[in-house]
Design a protein around this ligand. Structure first.
Ligand code: IVH
Length: 675
């Protein structure tokens, strides 16, 4: 074991070394060592600090994982409101900005131009040199306290190089592009949905309730604005950046001091070209008046300062040839047409596919196979087809037809009139399997406790489960062989699976994942049909005759039960002993007029309309003002109106007060009958 002083020397050297590598990795995107070598430096430091706890300092790179998970983020009020920037999209707007600035300040003005990091704005507070509070921007007045999560951000100093009584700084948290790509790859392997872009990934990581999750993500912060600090030496934005650097913050290295607006414009244009060479996303350049004294003079409008403006980059577009349209089936069953392209470089990335969103979009833009198309990447990872170059058509291009069967499992696809999405109706469709199972076991559905995404991923990947009914045929050995499955958790899950067989018809119906059938519709259907078999036989007309079941739900149910896959899976559920009937006792608990629709006409002999209406509602029925196919009964009194004829036309039962009172409990003794 080294002596204390030897250990101290080594610990300090290691910390300097680690910080240097953090800087190379995050800021310069030019790591000198591999991830493994970096990890071994951290481990050596951890080991020494373990042997000599007196050497641990709060700012050590090892001390970055914060406290225990929390339920909710605390709201914090920012001591200085956080403004945002107005935008310029064209050079002319930058010149207008410059003109206004010069007019208001009465002099020539020089600028500092910084890349605009596409991340998440954070505010960091230090007291006596220690990091004490980190918050999101929120609405600019109130943010969320994410201190513990920010401790995990490597580029953020936990202690300033000089102890200032109070120092508040603003910066931008981001996820480096490479870390983002790695994270999405891992998420994909675990069956989790990917983040759309590094900004969302950074925001998602910092809003984690468990700081350990944040610590497992690679995040950086660049600081650019001092919100609270009094010091005569800082006179310009350039000085601000220098001071921040000296205090230990990471600042964007690509800032440039420009003497006039033409230099600013030239620098902004350079970055339109170079933006993709950085390891983090930037979506523009921020142009700031350099003199801080001028900031005070220029002041601000309601939302943004007059001393700064954001120059936003145009979305990058390129032309390529569309070779094929491939249909992908997403995890929720939506069929998404994807363009297969001749590979091109766009926004710094080689692209060979782009999303066409849906069939309507293809029609609208008239995209055909063989077309030359303009594609763009705007923030998100997946580029999109913007438009077709009609002038380059040869006449050989082919119009695309959406398939009528799912390209993954062959089930029929459903295109509902008022929806753009086309969906696969297969319940054993491999593309949707994980989602379907997770829904099947969820609390309101079959409520199989202990089966979460990690377990489902393993079960599906190892092909233990090919549809949700297979859950009931899992055996102890299958489960015990999986990662993180001990004897106890296995037994608990098997018990939960067994118990779920008795859930009853409504939860079962809900669990099947029939589109548009939520828990409420499932309850109504269970009540009406009493068994899964009866529902499977129901026609669209029978279904739409039920109040609350519209044509959309009806169509979805009918299509569902028509599928071959459905029949096979339901047979399996039956074999497994899953209860598929409604308990009679449960049915009786339902109010006697539940969901029956009444229409009233004429005057009743012994009751007012109000009394009749109240009674209908009391027992679960509904009163409608006009007769339609959805009407269950016409309650008619003397001198009935047009409704009477209409009900006759539609063959709707016409009842009198007397019949009506027979339908409700204690109707025999209702005062209306005693008269
Ligand atoms: S200065 C009051 N500088 O862009 C001016 N902002 O709307 C404060 N951003 O919310 C902003 N990089 O989150 C500034 N170098 C930079 C920036 C930057 C990114 C973000 C910031 C702000 C948004 C502009």
């Amino acid at each position: 074991m080294p002596s204390l002083s030897e250990a101290r020397q080594r610990v300090e050297a290691l910390r300097i070394e680690i910080r240097k590598h953090d800087h190379r990795y995050y800021v310069l995107d030019d790591p000198l060592i591999t991830d493994q070598e970096y990890d071994s430096l951290i481990r050596e430091l951890e080991r020494l600090e373990g042997e000599f706890p007196e050497l641990i300092t709060p700012d050590s790179p090892t001390q970055r994982v914060g406290g225990a998970p929390i339920d909710e983020f605390r709201t914090v009020r920012h001591t200085t409101p956080l403004f945002s920037l107005s935008n310029a999209f064209e050079d002319g707007e930058l010149r207008d900005f410059d003109r206004r600035v010069r007019q208001l300040s009465g002099s020539e003005v020089d600028y500092l131009v910084e890349p605009k990091i596409d991340g998440l704005s954070v505010v960091l507070t230090y007291e006596n040199g220690e990091f004490v509070l980190g918050a999101t921007r929120g609405d600019g007045i109130f943010g969320e306290d994410i201190t513990e999560n920010l401790r995990a951000v490597r580029l953020l100093p936990m202690r300033l190089s000089r102890s200032l009584p109070r120092f508040v700084v603003r910066g931008e948290a981001f996820m480096p592009k490479k870390a983002f790509a790695r994270l999405n790859k891992e998420r994909d392997e675990r069956g989790e949905p990917p983040f759309a872009n590094p900004r969302n990934a950074a925001a998602g990581s910092l809003r984690q309730k468990d700081p350990k999750v944040t610590a497992s993500r690679t995040l950086g912060v660049f600081c650019y604005q001092v919100l609270e600090y009094e010091g005569a030496e800082v006179k310009t934005q350039q000085n601000v950046l220098d001071m921040l650097k000296e205090l230990g913050f990471s600042v964007q290295e690509e800032s440039k001091h420009c003497q006039n607006i033409e230099e600013v414009i030239a620098y902004c244009h350079q970055w339109i070209e170079k933006r993709h060479t950085l390891n983090y996303d930037i979506d523009g350049m921020v142009v700031k008046v350099n003199s801080l004294q001028l900031h005070n003079i220029l002041g601000r409008t309601a939302k943004s300062p007059r001393w700064a403006i954001a120059f936003k980059f145009p979305a990058e577009q390129v032309v390529t040839r569309l070779r094929e349209i491939f249909v992908r089936v997403g995890r929720t069953g939506v069929l998404t047409p994807t363009a297969i392209l001749d590979p091109v470089q766009v926004a710094g990335v080689m692209v060979s596919r782009a999303t066409l969103h849906n069939e309507d979009m293809i029609r609208q833009k008239d995209v055909r196979v063989g077309d030359y198309v303009v594609i763009q990447r705007a923030g998100d990872v997946i580029p999109e087809v913007v438009r077709v170059l009609q002038e380059r058509r040869t006449g050989e291009e082919e119009v695309f037809q959406m398939p009528e069967r799912c390209p993954v499992c062959g089930s029929k696809v459903l295109h509902q009139e008022d929806e753009v999405a086309v969906r696969c109706t297969g319940i054993a469709c491999p593309a949707q399997l994980k989602e379907l199972i997770l829904h099947f076991v969820s609390r309101e559905a079959m409520n199989v406790d202990g089966v979460g995404p990690a377990l489902v991923t393993q079960l599906v990947d190892r092909e233990f489960i090919k549809d949700y009914a297979d859950i009931f045929f899992l055996n102890r050995e299958d489960l015990l062989g999986l990662e993180r499955m001990g004897e106890k958790s296995t037994d608990n899950i098997l018990t939960a699976i067994e118990k779920s067989k008795e859930r009853g018809l409504a939860p079962l119906l809900f669990s099947l994942g029939i589109r548009h059938v939520g828990i409420r519709a499932a309850e109504i259907l269970a009540e009406r049909f009493g068994s899964l078999e009866a529902l499977a036989e129901a026609s669209s007309e029978e279904l739409t005759a039920i109040p609350e079941i519209g044509p959309k739900i009806a169509q979805s149910i009918v299509t569902f039960f028509q599928q071959e896959q459905t029949r096979l899976v339901l047979d399996k559920l039956k074999k497994a002993g899953v209860k598929m009937e409604q308990e009679m006792s449960a049915r009786e608990e339902v109010l006697p007029l539940a969901d029956r629709v009444f229409v009233l006409t004429g005057s009743l002999p012994n009751m007012t309309r109000k009394e009749a209406t109240d009674l209908i509602k009391k027992y679960g029925g509904k009163v409608s003002s006009s007769v339609s196919r959805k009407t269950d009964y016409l309650l008619a009194g003397s001198e009935p109106g047009k409704k009477f004829e209409r009900a006759q036309e539609l063959e709707i039962p016409i009842i009198e007060e007397h019949d009506f009172l027979q339908m409700v409990p204690d109707g025999d003794s209702h005062p209306a009958l005693s008269g």
